[in-house]
Design a protein around this ligand. Structure first.
Ligand SMILES: C[S@@+](CC[C@H](N)C(=O)[O-])C[C@H]1O[C@@H](n2cnc3c(N)ncnc32)[C@H](O)[C@@H]1O
Length: 259
């Protein structure tokens, strides 16, 4: 029997609300101190210091709103799912699933597919396994989607066990094992021959992945064929103020098929 949707899915925001609020509160508190200081020189000095956290807080509020209400996150998730060349037969893996957006999205797009989403769900993110399960239930795909706590560096799946693998803005964060490239190798390892991969991450950040041409060669050496690496800006319109290196400026999409 088909599961019944029981509410609205909530996939969270990559900008952590508590960080936004902390910057705004520090900025407002310092601005208040500047207002109360009698000496004009000190007032200007404290006011200038207050402008820094206040400015960061306002910018982060803008990015938070663009990602969520502005629909940027949704467009970025769609970019990954649109790029996945798969017939939906078998099982797909979403690595670093967060609040389950891509895992649930896979199950919605491919109604026969089974899906597993893994994440560390460490305390530094406002995501949880329970929230992932709630989201799968909310859109009625919970009978085909499961979630497991695991690191991208050591996936708890056999070699050649998945028909498709996706991941979104995760591998640059992987600190254990072989880091970002180690996570990429794990993703290729679990793919079946002929299986498809679509991964979006900070592929144009040289400090994480080295030169783009070298990256493609290394992916081929891992056993991927038909490897394509494109800048995110070639696929999705990046909103004003969000093309910086630390936001979306270094982002790209890798697609390929396991040989
Ligand atoms: C920017 S969020 C992206 C979440 C999700 N993919 C999305 O697009 O909404 C980064 C995610 O990577 C996860 N993560 C970081 N390091 C990880 C690791 N070593 N293994 C698995 N997940 C990891 C975090 O817990 C977080 O959920």
């Amino acid at each position: 029997m088909k599961a019944k949707a029981s509410g609205k899915a909530e996939f969270g925001n990559w900008i952590r609300l508590r960080i936004v609020v902390t910057f705004l509160l520090i900025g407002v508190a310092l601005a208040g101190v500047a207002f109360l200081v009698g000496d004009p020189v000190w007032r200007i000095a404290v006011g200038a210091v207050a402008a820094v956290p206040l400015g960061i807080g306002i910018y982060l509020t803008y990015v938070y709103l663009m990602f969520g209400a502005g629909g940027v996150q949704r467009r970025l998730w769609d970019s990954v799912l649109d790029a996945l060349v798969w017939d939906g037969a078998g099982e797909a893996l979403d690595i670093g699933t967060g609040q389950g957006a891509l895992a649930v999205g896979l199950a919605q797009r491919w109604p026969q597919a089974r899906v597993v989403g893994v994440d560390l769900w460490a305390a530094d993110w406002e995501y949880s396994k329970d929230a992932c399960a709630r989201n799968a239930r909310a859109v009625g795909v919970d009978s085909r989607v499961r979630f497991e706590r695991a690191s991208a560096a050591t996936l708890p799946f056999g070699d050649k066990s998945m028909e498709a693998v996706v991941s979104h803005f995760v591998f640059h964060e992987v600190k254990d094992g072989g880091g970002a490239m180690g996570a990429m190798a794990e993703a290729v390892r679990v793919l079946k021959p002929g299986g498809a991969m679509a991964v979006q991450d900070m592929f144009f950040d040289r400090r994480v992945y080295g030169e783009a041409e070298t990256l493609v060669e290394r992916l081929r050496a891992m056993g991927l064929v038909d490897v394509r690496l494109v800048r995110l800006s070639a696929r999705v319109r990046i909103p004003w103020g969000m093309g910086g290196r630390r936001v979306l400026g270094c982002a790209g999409l890798v697609t390929g098929v396991k040989a």
